[in-house]
Design a protein around this ligand. Structure first.
Ligand SMILES: Nc1ncnc2c1ncn2[C@@H]1O[C@H](COP(=O)(O)OP(=O)(O)OP(=O)(O)O)[C@@H](O)[C@H]1O
Ligand SMILES: [Mg+2]
Length: 416
């Protein structure tokens, strides 16, 4: 089997690394870390027709699309129209992530437990609704409906804060057209986790649970980021809870997609918050999580490639083997991430323990020198028999990554 992985971040490096154990893998555009594991071809995920050409020339059997943007922009549709097998939904299914208004309406139609909400295209009406919710003793989350790079959600503690957020999104056009429509929903309260599910025409299979750490600094302080690290397994998210999410959230959502005539083949990422002891769906994403994928792939044995291929081909998906191990990934970031990213600082590796894996997230080459090229630079990842041991190894690996003002959280996986 020959697989094309589309994307060039830490998630795609992890996918390419895992798949390369079972198949020949090409990545576009990839990154310097991926180039050590697989062949990379410098084609942007935006160049749909160039990717079609590449697939034909190289006789690609399966395309795995990593990030959401190409899916929302219809890359999977273009590939399928050309007879190419793709893991990842078409633009219609990708609307679950590309439009929070669509996603919430589908949840409501399907009877999926989710925060009470309304959608607005008029700032005045949105502000009135937020006021009414605060007057009724609730708090709200204000969400840009479109794709705002993970920055389009404000959980407001006061009406003033909600009012400002609505104003900036709808009148100030802070996120451009992504904020022309907003969803205002009641604030839920409780611990969060996410479930990544491989979805096909006949069945679905959920992957092992990984927990990420969204805030920039230790103790869950500081601004939200794309994720500063992850670990798996997560003891408090037991199998029964995952089954409950499948029954109350995933099954009805897939049925509603089908009813709307949407064939969904790819990852369904359900963002869950426990509120009053019951799982509620905060959001869907249509791709795997980053950095959750970096730990999940290291928890899987055989069968991952076959599961993705079965989804892409509309066949029955067999569960991949789950290893009895524990995995921790620590994101080594640049000092001022997420406010500023780092570019062009030389990266070197000091001595590190055997068996750890460095997934590259924001790196590039200048001549022969590996340099930083983003906020999140390297994901230092380690597997062991227990989380405690995996954590020790991952931290020794993270400490071995050296570039100007490198920084990481010191409490990844520490609450377990
Ligand atoms: N109704 C809510 N009540 C409380 N907190 C919320 C609510 N909605 C969102 N949040 C918080 O805001 C975060 C981001 O919300 P959401 O997942 O909808 O946005 P997103 O930008 O699509 O995120 P991602 O980048 O993970 O896809 C959630 O992980 C959660 O912590
Ligand atoms: Mg999202």
């Amino acid at each position: 089997m020959r697989i094309l992985v589309v994307g060039g971040g830490g998630r795609e490096h992890a996918l390419a690394w895992k798949l390369s154990r079972e198949a020949e893998v090409i990545a576009a555009p990839g990154n310097p870390g991926m180039a050590e594991d697989v062949e990379v071809v410098p084609i942007s995920p935006k160049k749909h027709l160039e990717l079609v050409d590449l697939c034909k020339k190289r006789e690609i059997d399966l395309v795995v699309v990593g990030p959401e943007d190409p899916l929302i922009e219809g890359l999977a549709d273009v590939l399928r129209e050309n007879g190419i097998s793709v893991y990842g939904p078409g633009a219609d299914g990708a609307g679950l992530e590309g439009s929070k208004a669509f996603s919430k309406q589908l949840m409501a139609n399907a009877g999926v437990p989710t925060a009470k909400f309304q959608t607005f295209t008029d700032a005045k009406l949105a502000k009135e609704y937020a006021k009414a919710r605060f007057d009724a003793g609730k708090s709200v989350a204000v969400k840009a409906s479109g794709n705002a790079l993970g920055k389009g959600v404000v959980v407001a503690a006061s009406f003033e804060e909600a009012n400002d957020a609505i104003h900036q999104m709808m009148v100030g056009k802070q996120f451009g057209i992504a904020g022309e429509k907003v969803v205002i929903e009641d604030k839920l309260e409780g611990p969060e986790f996410s479930v990544l599910t491989i979805v096909g025409d006949q069945n679905f299979v959920s992957l092992p649970i990984a927990q990420d750490h969204k805030r920039a600094y230790d103790g869950n302080k500081g601004p939200n980021t794309g994720g500063m690290g992850a670990f798996s397994p997560v003891s408090w998210v037991h199998d029964g809870l995952v089954r409950q999410v499948e029954e109350t959230i995933i099954k009805p959502t897939l049925a509603a997609l089908k009813d709307s005539g949407i064939t969904y083949r790819g990852t369904l990422f359900s963002g869950i918050m426990m509120d009053e002891g019951r799982p509620h769906c905060l959001e869907f994403n249509v791709r795997m999580g980053d950095p959750e994928t970096q730990v999940i792939v290291a928890r899987l044995g055989n069968g991952f490639m076959n599961a993705l291929a079965a989804s892409a081909n509309g066949e029955f998906i067999e569960e991949p083997e789950v290893l009895q191990n524990a995995v921790v990934s620590v994101v080594v970031a640049s000092e001022h991430y997420p406010i500023l990213s780092s570019k062009g600082s030389p990266i070197t590796f000091l001595e590190y323990p055997v068996g750890v894996k460095f997934f590259h997230a924001g790196t590039t080459m200048i001549g022969d020198q590996l340099v930083t090229n983003g906020g999140r630079v390297i994901n230092a990842t380690a597997a062991a028999g227990t989380l405690r041991d995996a954590r020790k190894l991952a931290y020794r690996a993270a400490a071995a990554v050296s570039f100007k003002a490198a920084r990481f959280r010191t409490d990844i996986a520490s609450e377990e």
